[in-house]
Design a protein around this ligand. Structure first.
Ligand code: SF4
Length: 377
């Protein structure tokens, strides 16, 4: 039996760019979307002809971006049909579509459910309209509520809400109100991401010209703790640093990323990791389309990870999970690479903790997870 394989599709379009967003994308235009789809179908066909095709059923398909629902439900359904022409789908395949709440209606959602989509991930970000305006995010709390209700009516039982904290003007109190408003909608999964300021974004530009402030670390730590308390009380389990789920609703596709599973990424800028080999697509729609027009995969470079690099990734990503990593695994594979000393040092400074055969981030380590990862690089 082959190891699980996931498929990620980067849909590189949005209606406008949010102030914090550094993803590769373009503003949606119908003609550009049609040209992209044409190229994507070629990419699917090329992979289908390759060894990845029918021989290794997909355990998850994830439409991300960008905003996948910048495309019409018909276009998304056609992509799914093309996927099934090139790949076999595991009978229990998780099929997620990321959606902006303001870009879907009841008919679209029924169409997606009917086409086999099993999971929706709505980019709610905040349930306070003024905070949404402050991050340049089109939409309103009412749209998120309407979208979740319409998704339920269409038959979806697995729904995620993406949220961000540390937003300009946000307080612990307004963040708590957002979390409560989300819990009232009973999603099966919640992702809570701390705002970070990436180069090239409107926020970074504002900070450079002293018209904006970096998110306050101390406030973000308080918000992280508030989320943990409130969501755990509401019946969610924190299974990864930024992710909470009801039992059995952990995102299978993202778990592949955190457990060194294999996934193919299609679309401009999409990253892949298959059986120890990392490779990524060119981050330009024009170059992507040019390569595929010549029946060439738009892959920029391939890196075969050394055992040391695989171990490093397994540790860094594995520590993000609440269950951590097997300590025995570290001992059997880590001794040659100096990791054991590093890990011991972090245990001594209470960034890591050990329980039974598992090593994981402590509560303090979770708050400093990026610093821990940097040390391990
Ligand atoms: S909707 Fe999402 S992908 Fe699009 S600009 Fe905003 S954050 Fe970026």
């Amino acid at each position: 039996m082959n190891a699980p394989l996931g498929l990620y599709l980067h849909i590189p379009f949005c209606r406008q760019r949010c102030h914090f967003c550094a993803f590769y994308l373009e503003i949606h235009r119908e003609a550009a979307a049609e040209a992209f789809l044409h190229a994507l179908y070629t990419e699917l066909r090329l992979y289908g002809d390759d060894t990845y095709g029918k021989g290794r059923p997909l355990t998850s398909v994830y439409f991300g971006g960008g905003t996948p629902t910048a495309l019409s439900a018909n276009q998304l359904t056609t992509i799914l049909t093309r996927i099934q022409e090139s790949f076999a789908l595991h009978p229990d395949c998780e099929i997620t579509v990321e959606a902006h709440p303001g870009t879907v209606n009841a008919t679209d959602l029924c169409g997606l459910r009917h086409a086999g989509v099993t999971r929706l991930s709505f980019g709610a970000e905040s349930m306070q309209d003024d905070e949404l305006t402050g991050i340049g995010r089109p939409g309103a709390k009412a749209e998120t509520i309407a979208a979740v209700n319409a998704a339920r009516a269409a038959g979806f039982t697995n729904i995620n809400l993406d949220l961000m904290y540390g937003l300009p003007g946000q307080t612990v109190e307004s963040w708590t109100r957002t979390l409560r408003a989300c819990c009232e909608l009973s999603p099966t999964h919640l992702s809570c991401y701390a705002l970070t300021v990436e180069e090239g974004t409107r926020f970074a530009h504002d900070i450079h010209r002293q018209a904006g402030l970096l998110p306050d670390d101390t406030l973000q730590i308080e918000m992280d703790q508030a989320a943990q308390e409130l969501l755990v009380q509401a019946g969610y389990r924190r299974y990864e640093i930024s992710n909470y789920a009801q039992d059995g609703f952990e995102c299978r596709h993202n778990l592949l990323h955190w457990t060194q599973g294999s996934y193919l990424g299609l679309g401009p800028s999409a990253q892949s990791f298959v059986d120890g080999v990392r490779f990524g697509n060119v981050a330009s729609l024009a170059a992507y389309q040019t390569a595929l027009a010549q029946d060439r995969l738009p892959v920029l470079e391939r890196t075969v990870l050394t055992p040391q690099e695989q171990l490093r990734d397994a540790v860094i990503f594995g520590l993000r999970l609440a269950r951590g990593i097997p300590t025995s695994h570290l001992h059997s594979h880590g001794a040659n690479y100096g990791y054991l000393q590093l890990i011991d040092g972090m245990r001594a400074s209470k960034l890591l903790e050990e329980e039974g055969d598992r090593t994981r981030l402590s509560a303090r380590g979770r708050l400093l997870a990026d610093a821990v990862a940097e040390k391990l690089f």
